[in-house]
Design a protein around this ligand. Sequence first.
Ligand code: AGP
Length: 606
Amino acid sequence: MCGIVGYKGKDEAYSILIDALKKLEYRGYDSAGIAIWQNNKIVVERNKGKVDDLRKIASKNILKGKMGIAHTRWATHGTPSERNAHPHKVGDVVVVHNGIIENYMDIKERLHQIGHEFSSDTDTEVIPHLIISYLEKGNDFVEAIRLTLKELQGSYAVAIMRENERILVAAKKESPLIIGLGDDEFYLASDVPAIINKTNRFIFLEDNDMAVFRDDKILLMNTEGENIERKINTVNWTGAMAEKGGYKHFMLKEIFEQPRAVSETLLGRFKEEKGEVDFEELTLPELKNVKKIWMVACGTSYHACMIGKHMFEANLRIPVETDIASEFRYRNPIISKNDILILVSQSGETADTIAAMKEGKRSGAYTLSICNVLGSTLAREADGVIFTHAGPEIGVASTKAFTTQIAVFFLLMLHMANKLGKMDNDEVRGMISEIKKIPHKIQSILEHTSSLEEIARRYMTSKDFLYIGRGIHYPTVMEGALKLKEISYIHAEAYAAGEMKHGPIALIDEKLPVAVISPRDQTYIKTCGNIEEVLARRGRVILFTDDPQHEMAKRVDNIFTIPETIYELLPILCVVPLQLIAYYIANLLGTDVDQPRNLAKSVTVE
Ligand code: AGP
C-alpha cells in the first residue's frame, strides 16, 4: 500500500517528509522517493528499497526547500525499481500517487501518439503527462490538474508540484489523503500516524476533492471547479501512541493495549443503571422491518463478522449472512432494501469492503460500517458508522482492532435486542456488567504470558499447525491461525472441530501441534471428543480453556487457562493467548513481525 506525505510551511521540508515517510513504513512498500521545491526548481531523489536507503542518497545539502512531497510505493503496475518509483517528474511537473488509474493505457496511447515519451511502466506517469498536455493548451496549473483528474478513472490520492509555481496541489478519489493543519504550515499524509506528532488538527478530504496550497492559505474545491468546505477534526492520538512505547514491535504493544482499547471502545456507550446501550453517532433504520443482516469484511475483520453472526442470531433471532468482501462483490447477492449491511474494517480503506458497501447502497440497504480510522472512506460513506476506539493499529497483523470489533458487535447486539424487545433492561444490564469486566480479564491474561512463551519455544520449529474449535470458537481459531501464518510464515489451518472426522484427522501425528479452544460451555462435551481423537493419534494438544479442572487437562501437552465469562465474550479472551503465541514464535524466528513479507496494512487495491 503506497504512502504519500507533503509539506508546505516555514521549516525545511526534507526532514519533515522523511520522518513522516518512516511512520508510513508499516503500510508495506518496495521503493521510496522525495521531491523538494527550491528556488523555483524541483529536485527529485528516489530509489528501490527502504526510506533509510533514500535518506542515504538524498543529501540534505541538495534538498533544501520549504515545500515538498514524498512517497513510498507498493508496486501494482511495474516492478519495484528506481524508474518506477515516485515522484514522477515530467517536464516541470512532479507527481506522487497512491491508487490505480484504470484507464491509463488509453491515456498513455493517446498521449504517445502526440509525442509524449514515457520512461516508466507505471500507471501514475500518465498524470504529469496529461497535466502538461493541458498546460500546453493554455490552462493554468490548477485548471490543468483539475481537467486531468476529471479524465482519470479508478482511484487516486495525489500530491503535485510544478517548477516556477510555489503551489502544492492535493486531490483524492477512493484512496485516502488527509491534510494536517499547523501554524502557517500544512501537512499532507495518507493517514494520521504519519503526521500526528506534528498536529492533531486534520481535514479528511473526500472523493473528488482538491486542495490548493498557495502562500499560507488552502483553497478547497472539487473537480467540478466549485469551492467547497470541509470540517476540521481534532484527533486525540498522541505521537507516542503511534510509536512503539518501549515495546520491541508495534504488534506486541498493540496486544498489550487491548485492555485500554476495549475500555475506550465501551466508554460512553452504555448506561448500566438503566440497562441501556447507545451509540451517539448512529441512527439505525426501523428494526422491526429488518429481515436480514449481512456482515461483510476481509481477513481478521471477517472473523469478527463470523463472531458477530453468532451473537446476533442467538439474541436477535434475525438471519445473519457473513461473507468475505472479495466474494460478496462478485456473487450478485440478493440484498433487500430492508436489509442491514454491516461492513467491518480497521483501516476503513479496504477496496473489496468499500466495493461491498457500494453494492449494498445500490440495493437500497442500510449500510453500517465498524471502523477504527476517523475520516476513512468506509467511516464517511456508509449510512451509519460505529468507531472502534483502539487507537492507531500500526502492526500489519491486526490484534486490538479485532477485540474492539467484537466489543462493538456485542454492544450493537444489546442495543438492537433491547429495541426489538428481545432483551429487557435488566437483561441488558446483566450483559453490560459482563463486558465491563473484560478489560480487567484481558489484563490478567497479559500478566501470565510465561507459559505462552514456553509453548512458542516448544513448537516454533513445527512446519504445520492445526487450530480447532466449535461454535463461536471456530472463527476465533481461524483468527489464531491467521495470526501465526501471517507473521511467522508457518502454515496454519483452522477447522471447525466437528469436521475432524471429515478429513483433517488424517493430518494428526506426533509432529502436529493442535490448538484447541474448549471452555466449559455448550461446546465442551463434543470438543472433548475431538481432543480424544487427536490424542489417540499422538497429536500434540495445546488446550485453551476457562476450566482448570478440564477433563483433558492432565492428558494434553499444554494447557492455558483463561478467565471465565459469558459465551459471546469468550472470543475476546480466547484470542489473546493465540495472538501472543503467534507473536512469540515469530519473534523467536526473527521474521519482520510488524511488516511481514508480501503484506500491507491496508489493501486499498483489488
Ligand atoms: C489481519 O491481521 C490482516 N492484516 C488482514 O487480514 C486484515 O484484517 C484485512 O486486510 C482487513 O483489513 P481492514 O480491517 O483494514 O479492512
